[in-house]
Design a protein around this ligand. Structure first.
Ligand SMILES: Nc1ncnc2c1ncn2[C@@H]1O[C@H](COP(=O)(O)OP(=O)(O)OP(=O)(O)O)[C@@H](O)[C@H]1O
Length: 322
């Protein structure tokens, strides 16, 4: 699916949005590459929904520039709107009709829908289209919202908290839909509180905090910035010598040393490691270790470090509690 010649599906420059005295967005510069799956994460009130509503022209910026599929949303009108599949965070659906009737109504606005697409999506998401919308649970209404966003195969999908209310099996199906959209050349911009989902779905993540992008990087880079977790089991007698060796390892932040019930009264040393692995291996060599666990950092840990109260401008420095 073509997204036009522009290399960015969404581009914002110095985007500000004020609600009275509340500065919801404080100068957002964002570039969502065409064909990417781009995640926006941030705590409550960070500005995720405001940003998405600005892209849809449901809100107007206080200042700054927005381009969506190469067009200013303010002048894009229905033609631009048809090229976007939007799932709002506060989904409100007419509820006197059946799901099938509602989707038929949406298809008249959003443009042609291939026959068979809606039943196929409904089957994959396990949704009964014959039931009246008012009789649907929150999760099943969310499925209707997803189907209306995906059904016309738009070049750009903007999905605000798309898995809200979905059970884990349906969440997996949703992730499969996102992967298929991406391999079809569609761009997917999604916000989520579910970090594992962003990690699975997105190739790039912007972390939003208090109306500012504090980081925009590949999920792999954000995870790497968190450092690996290291746990070393060692005898009490050997511990002082090991601690001395570890003290000189660049990028190693000792978090705690504690007796571990799993290894009798032998201590367990916990650390975060952002350095080069050979330095750590050299420091460990020659010590009689009882156990060694080196864990890949996960996105959740990385993001929590960005959210931490002391870290308005970037990741926490050493010594943060796990
Ligand atoms: N219509 C509005 N009027 C006044 N303030 C608003 C309005 N919409 C949003 N805000 C404020 O703007 C800020 C950003 O809100 P927004 O809903 O964009 O955050 P969010 O990241 O989507 O949060 P959540 O994860 O809780 O949905 C908040 O301080 C919010 O209270």
């Amino acid at each position: 699916m073509s997204t036009g010649s522009a290399s960015a599906a969404v581009r914002t420059r110095g985007l500000h949005k004020n609600f009275g005295r509340i500065e919801a967005l404080k100068g957002i510069d964002l570039e969502v590459p065409s064909g990417s799956v781009f995640g926006i994460i941030g705590p409550n009130g960070a500005g995720k929904t405001t940003l998405m509503r600005l892209l849809l022209d449901l809100l107007r910026p206080s200042s700054g520039e927005v381009t969506v599929l190469g067009v200013n949303p303010r002048s894009g009108g229905p033609a631009l709107r048809r090229r976007i599949g939007f799932l709002p965070g506060d989904l409100a659906l007419a509820d006197r009709v059946s799901g099938r009737e509602l989707l038929h109504f949406f298809s008249r606005i959003s443009g042609p829908v291939d026959p068979g697409t809606v039943p196929a999506l409904a089957e994959r998401l396990d949704l009964d289209l014959g039931r009246p919308v008012r009789a649907l649970s929150k999760g099943n209404r969310q499925k209707l919202g997803l189907i209306q966003a995906f059904m016309h195969q738009p070049p750009l999908l903007i999905l605000d908290e798309p898995t809200s209310g979905l059970d884990p099996l349906v969440q997996q199906e949703f992730l499969a839909l996102v992967r298929e959209a991406s391999s079809n050349g569609q761009t997917v911009l999604l916000s989520s509180h579910v970090l594992s989902e962003i990690e699975e779905a997105a190739d790039t993540v912007a972390i939003l905090r208090s109306g500012t992008v504090v980081s925009a990087a590949s999920t792999a880079d954000i995870r790497a910035a968190a450092g690996r977790r290291v746990r070393i089991g060692i005898t009490a007698a050997e511990e002082p010598a090991l601690m001395e060796s570890l003290a000189g390892v660049p990028g190693l932040v000792l978090l705690q040393s504690s007796a571990d019930p799993a290894t009798g009264d032998a201590p367990s040393i916990h650390a975060r490691f952002e350095g080069d692995m050979p330095d750590l291996i050299t420091a460990l060599a020659g010590h009689h270790l009882l156990d060694l666990v080196v864990q890949e950092p996960d996105l959740e840990e990385a993001v929590l470090r960005f959210y931490g109260p002391k870290n308005a401008a970037g990741p926490a420095d050493g010594g943060a509690a796990e």
